[in-house]
Design a protein around this ligand. Structure first.
Ligand code: FAD
Length: 352
């Protein structure tokens, strides 16, 4: 069965909900299709000890402040899931869970959105599918030879899954640092933390509030034609959240440079040194989940989809929301996605 609607939002995580909030304010008829069977997007799947790097009030979607979590300055992932579930309900957003969109294609003056259970003809589409479903692991010599277990950030839950094991954590970003700290503080896991370049910790007093202010100041400077302030990346990579600080201060978070190859029983460096391992834990990031857009043939020479803000240049009826700074400053964060969502909804209203 094919249904007609003004706008289809693909993905019902925080970005999809923020889009829904603003589409509603524009008075548009829309539906949100979400592959997840429950509200909360990627936050449902994060590891147990994960805490936000900003206080609740600085982690809010448009219209409704995230309430503080009792006893926690930095809320945990469960609290975010509860907040998103409440947000969806409070605003009566028409989210249909358990529907995975396979394809978006051109269909005359409409876009056709296809899923297993049916199709939608829409005048515009907002794609907000995040990155969690596309974990990235780099090609490293020997990856196929290593006889132990290889997992990614998306598979990590808690240290109890690695009793007495030797684990090599790869990755110098926030996930790598937090998971290495989590394992190291547990005491029952032997951890080696490996990063491509020396880890860059942000000053202890810098949290998501400061990062958001810096990202916003950069955007304002660029919009006003002033010189690039360097933004968040100029400050460092790793937010010193309390567990990271604790592990670092206890001397448990010292990074080794990247190994040159994996062997059957661990990793080897160019100088001949070796570390044995039972598990390699790749905290090496994600890529945007955009496979459903393949029929639109929008990818440029380096696989990139060109956008102006959130609007794709080669298909003005399609907006991309929440994947990273290329779709709006800080748009992959809770507090940052509101503004690009508002801009996308306004542009769509103008177009229709
Ligand atoms: P997601 O939350 O991934 O939601 C996408 C939704 O789309 C999912 O429900 C998925 O099921 C659905 N979907 C995917 N493909 C399809 C399809 N084909 N059809 C239908 N539905 C589909 N941000 C902060 O603000 N503060 C933090 O402290 C913070 N910490 C982070 C820590 C980690 C480890 C990570 C990975 C991210 C963190 N972020 C943080 C960043 C950000 O908030 C999250 O990545 C966020 O989940 C992105 O939201 P999203 O809505 O874009 O994507």
């Amino acid at each position: 069965m094919t249904q007609s609607v003004d706008v289809v939002v693909v993905g019902g995580g925080q970005a999809g909900l923020a889009a829904g909030y603003h589409l509603r304010r524009q008075g548009l008829d829309f539906t949100v299709l979400d592959a997840g069977t429950a509200p909360g997007g990627a936050w449902q799947h994060m590891w147990e000890s994960l805490h936000l790097f900003s206080p609740a009030a600085y982690s809010s979607l448009p219209g409704r402040l995230m309430p503080a979590q009792p006893g926690q300055t930095y809320p945990d992932a469960r609290h975010v899931v509860d907040y998103l579930a409440d947000y969806e309900k409070r605003y009566g957003l028409p989210v249909q869970h358990g529907i995975r969109v396979d394809a978006v294609r051109r269909d005359g003056d409409r876009l056709r959105v296809e899923a297993d259970c049916g199709a939608w003809r829409a005048r515009a589409v907002v794609s907000a599918t995040g990155t969690w479903s596309r974990p990235f692991i780099p090609a490293v010599p020997g990856r196929g030879i290593f006889a132990g277990r290889q997992i990614h950030t998306v598979n990590y839950r808690h240290p109890a899954d690695f009793p007495g094991q030797r684990v090599i954590v790869v990755g110098g970003g926030n996930s790598g640092a937090q998971i290495a700290a989590d394992l190291a503080l547990d005491g029952d896991v032997e951890v080696a933390w490996v990063t491509r370049r020396p880890p860059r910790f942000l000053a202890d007093d810098i949290d998501g509030r400061v990062l958001f202010d810096v990202a916003t100041a950069r955007r304002r400077a660029l919009d006003a034609g002033r010189s690039d302030t360097g933004g968040v990346a100029s400050l460092g990579d790793i937010v010193a959240v309390p567990p990271v600080r604790a592990a670092r201060d206890a001397g448990l978070l010292t990074a080794k440079p990247m190994f040159s190859r994996l062997t059957a029983d661990g990793a080897r460096w160019a100088d001949g040194s070796r570390v044995g391992a039972d598990t390699i834990l790749w905290c090496t990031g994600f890529r945007p989940a955009l496979a459903h857009l393949a029929p639109l043939n929008l990818r440029g020479p380096r696989g990139h989809i060109a956008t102006d803000g959130t609007r794709t240049l080669d298909e003005p009826r399609l907006h991309l929301l929440g994947y990273g700074d290329w779709t709006g400053p800080a748009s992959a964060t809770l507090i940052g996605v509101g503004r690009p969502a508002r801009d996308a909804a306004r542009e769509i209203a103008g177009l229709l």
